[in-house]
Ligand binder design. Sequence first.
Ligand code: URA
Length: 191
Amino acid sequence: MQTLDELAEHIRRCTLCPLHNGRTHAVPGEGNPKSELMFIGEGPGKKEDELGRPFVGAAGKFLEQLLAAINLKREDVFITNVVKCRPPENRDPEPQEVETCTTHYLFAQIDAINPRLIITLGRHSMYRFLPDTFKISEVHGKPFRRHGKVYLPLYHPAVALYTGSMRSVLIADMKKIPAILKKIDSLPQAS
Ligand code: URA
């Protein structure tokens, strides 16, 4: 199994999909390699591309507030994205880009960390793991066990920047995490 540091090195040098052409820095992800929580967003934005770090812009500030709501700091958890290089003009990542980046890197990062709960942020991240779910509006804040892992789909923190009323929805979903961790071993296979 590759270590997180080895994976990060591969990601920084990766040329497997067209997104590498436009990047300043690839963004492998960062945080506690032994965390029981792993947060997975969509892809780096402008600021993340500049700094090579995930969630360091406006959405990242809100993610830090969400973590504070359950007494955590960003360095307590592991934070990454489905694609590691910024899509041009922040467009949605193409299915092939998501497929390539996740099969080479994200799944290996999950194996290396072995988190108890994977929190997907936004639709792109959710559909990579829970392709059979319908609308994020119907499933956000509900844990799903799939193939031996447990996933919690949340809205992307950036939505709260556009729609203020979503702040309280995200905070409420985040606050479910401690209780989900407590009962995680008894969650049924298909829910
Ligand atoms: N949005 C994401 O999905 N990921 C980041 O790293 C920053 C913003």
